[in-house]
Every structure is written in C-alpha cells, then in structure tokens.
Design a protein. Structure first.
Length: 139
C-alpha cells in the first residue's frame, strides 16, 4: 500500500506517520459458487477453443457429463510479506521475501532509478511463493 525510503530511522518514522490509507469497506464475498456469476477471465487467460467440441462429443463412443466440487483452497505463506531496506553508501540493501531475486532486484533498481549493481537484495528463502511473492508488488 505504501513505500517509504529514508536515510535515517527518524525520517522513516516521520514519513510513515504521514501515510494515510482510505478504502471502501464492503462485506466480503466468501461463497465461491454464489459469486461465480461475477467471474471474469484475467487478461490473456481467456478460454481457447480448438476444433469442434460438439461434433467430437457427438461422435465419441463414451462421454461423461457431471460436475465435481472440491473444497476451496487458499494459500497462506508462513512468513510475513515485509521488507526492510537501508543505504550502505550508494548501495540500497534490501532484506525481503521474494520468489525470484534478480527480477526483484532489477525492478527495485528501476523504481529507484539507480543501477542494478547498486541494489543488494537479500532473501532467506526463495522458491514457491504461492502467488504472494512473485514480484515486489505482490510481496
């Protein structure tokens, strides 16, 4: 929701105290089947149709037409999605949790408009982020 970059702890605390976040409170939609009519395909993820499905089904020797449901599954990372950063000379040192280190380093360098070699990214664990650590904007 916010990003504060400061040279001292006091500056960071003062800047963080100025952050105000407004949002509209709405009741949560937690019933998947009830909200299904509102579902849309993400951009680039539309269904692809190849061939004549109806004709293939009509000529198939056996077809199954049924609906199966499984319980809703939701991931939950066991680490906090948090970042701490500080300057060491001209290098921005960042301790964070990300899935892929180099893309995060490059993205942060681009955001701060500094060279990639001027960003030192430290992360204790890398790998599966279950959608929550793919890039800094989702961490």
């Amino acid at each position: 929701m916010a990003f504060v970059l400061a040279e001292t702890l006091e500056q960071a605390q003062a800047a963080a105290a100025l952050v105000r976040i407004d949002y509209d409170a709405r009741p949560p939609e937690v019933d998947f089947r009830e909200a299904l009519s509102k579902a849309t395909d993400p951009h680039g993820e539309e269904d692809v149709h190849i061939g004549d499905v109806e004709a293939a089904l009509a000529s198939a020797p056996v077809t199954l037409d049924d609906t199966w449901f499984t319980p809703i599954q939701n991931h939950c990372q066991m680490e906090p999605c948090a970042t701490t950063a500080w300057w060491e000379g001209g290098t921005c040192v960042v301790h964070t949790s990300v899935q892929m280190v180099k893309p995060a380093q490059h993205g942060l360098a681009e955001t701060l408009k500094i060279g990639r070699d001027d960003v030192r990214l430290l992360t204790r664990y890398i790998g599966g982020g279950f959608g929550g650590r793919a890039r800094p904007t989702t961490s």
